[in-house]
Design a protein around this ligand. Structure first.
Ligand SMILES: [Zn+2]
Length: 371
C-alpha cells in the first residue's frame, strides 16, 4: 500500500505505526488500480462488493457488520424531487461505518490488539463496535459534552471511554498522548484506509443512480471524511471514463462554527485558528475547529465546482423535524443539509439532480437538544 502526504507530497509504503507524515501531514492512499465495473461483486450487499479496489491483504479478512449499500430514496420538496442517501442506516447508525469497517479490518490483518480513537461520538461508537467484532481492546476519548446516547453505545460495545472536559480538541490531544505511549491510532480523521472505505458511498451512488453521477451531492462537514470519500470515489470513476464530470460537492456547516466555509470562501493559504463557539451548535458532530484534511476538503469543493453553505442555528431543529415528519429520523448534525435547502436552490438549477447525504441516526442525539 503506497501512501502520499497531503502536505509535502512525500510517498512511501504505508506503515500503521506511522499514522502521519514527519511534516505533520495526513496520508492518502495511492489507488492501486483503476475502477472497473466488471470487478464489482454484485451479489455482495455491503462495502465488500468493491473489495477488488481494496488492498489484497485487507480484502482477504473481510470481517463485516454489514456497512454499505444503504438506500437511495426520492423525496419531494416544493414540487421538486431530490434524493436522500440513507447512510444513517449503517450498522452503528452513522456513515462512518464504511471507513471504519475497512480501517479496522486493516488493523486486524496487521494483528493489532489494542487501539485508541478520539471522537465526538459517532466514530467512537463505530470503532468500538468493530473492535468488539474483531476482538480488539478499544479506548475512546470523547468530549465531556458528547451525546449520552453515543457514550452509552460506546460503553455497551465494551470499549473504555475517557470523557475529556473542554473542547473537542482536548479529546484529540488526550488520544495523541495515548498514541505517544505506543497504542495504535484508529483515527477516522487521519487513517488513509478510512478514507478509502468512504469512497464506497460514491461508487454505490453511481450504481444506484443508473451509472451516472448526480449533478450535486450535499454533505455535512466536520472532519470531512464523507465529502472526501465522494470526491475521491467519483474521481476514480471519472478517471476510468464512467462519468463525464464530478458532481458539485456542497459542504454544509453550522454558522456557529464553519471553518471550512471560511477557508473556501476566503481562499485561506494557511490555517487561521478558530475558537469553539461559547454556545456549541446543536450539530455536535460538526464541532471541529481544525479539520485535519482541510486543504484536501477545500480542493475537493473547488475542483468539483461545489460551494459551501452556513446554516443558522435556528434552522437546524426545524429541518430535523421536517425530515422526521417524512419518516427520516436523523440527528441534528445530519439535518444541517436540509436546513441548507433554501440556500442551495438559489444556485442549483431546477432540472439538476441533487443528493442529500443523511449521515447519523436520530436515536443517537440528545433528546434535550431537540427542542
Ligand atoms: Zn509530509
Amino acid at each position: 500500500m503506497q501512501v502520499c502526504c497531503e502536505l509535502c507530497g512525500r510517498k512511501e509504503e504505508y506503515v500503521i505505526a506511522r499514522w502521519r507524515c514527519d511534516c505533520g501531514g495526513a496520508w492518502t492512499l495511492i489507488p492501486s488500480r483503476s475502477f472497473q465495473s466488471d470487478l464489482i461483486e454484485k451479489d455482495v450487499h455491503s462495502i465488500w462488493r468493491y473489495r477488488s479496489f481494496f488492498p489484497a491483504e485487507i480484502a482477504a479478512l473481510r470481517e463485516s457488520l454489514g456497512a454499505g449499500l444503504t438506500p437511495l430514496l426520492p423525496c419531494t420538496i416544493d414540487d421538486r424531487v431530490v434524493c436522500l442517501k440513507l447512510d444513517f442506516l449503517n450498522p452503528t447508525g452513522s456513515f462512518k461505518d464504511r471507513g471504519v469497517e475497512l480501517m479496522m479490518n486493516a488493523l486486524a490483518a496487521a494483528r493489532v490488539e489494542q487501539i485508541v480513537e478520539d471522537s465526538s461520538g459517532n466514530a467512537g461508537a463505530s470503532v468500538a463496535a468493530y473492535a468488539a467484532r474483531l476482538g480488539m481492546k478499544a479506548s475512546i476519548f470523547a468530549p465531556q459534552h458528547a451525546s449520552p446516547a453515543k457514550l452509552a453505545q460506546i460503553a455497551m460495545y465494551g470499549a473504555a471511554i475517557h470523557t475529556i472536559p473542554g473542547s473537542r480538541l482536548n479529546a484529540s490531544q488526550a488520544a495523541f498522548e495515548a498514541v505517544g505511549r505506543g497504542v495504535v491510532f484508529a483515527s477516522h480523521a487521519w487513517n488513509p484506509l478510512y478514507l478509502l472505505g468512504q469512497q464506497t458511498a460514491a461508487w454505490e451512488l453511481w450504481e444506484q443512480n443508473d451509472h451516472r453521477a448526480p449533478d450535486w451531492v450535499v454533505v455535512p462537514v466536520g472532519q470531512g471524511g464523507n465529502l472526501l470519500g465522494y470526491f475521491e470515489g467519483f474521481r476514480l470513476l471519472l478517471a476510468a471514463g464512467f462519468i463525464q464530470k464530478l458532481p458539485g460537492l456542497i459542504a454544509v456547516q453550522p454558522q456557529r462554527l464553519a471553518p471550512i466555509c471560511d477557508a473556501f470562501e476566503q481562499g485561506w493559504k494557511e490555517w487561521v485558528e478558530v475558537c469553539s463557539p461559547s454556545v456549541p451548535s446543536v450539530a455536535e458532530g460538526l464541532a471541529i475547529t481544525r479539520p485535519v484534511r482541510w486543504r484536501h476538503i477545500v480542493r475537493a469543493i473547488k475542483e468539483s465546482g461545489g460551494f459551501c453553505v452556513k446554516v443558522p442555528e435556528e434552522d437546524i431543529i426545524p429541518a430535523q423535524r421536517w425530515l422526521a415528519e417524512r419518516g427520516f429520523y436523523v440527528e441534528p448534525t445530519s439535518a444541517v443539509v436540509m436546513a441548507a435547502y433554501q440556500r442551495i436552490t438559489k444556485i442549483v438549477e431546477r432540472n439538476q439532480s441533487v443528493v442529500f447525504s443523511l449521515t447519523g441516526n436520530g436515536l443517537k442525539a440528545n433528546p434535550a437538544s431537540m427542542r
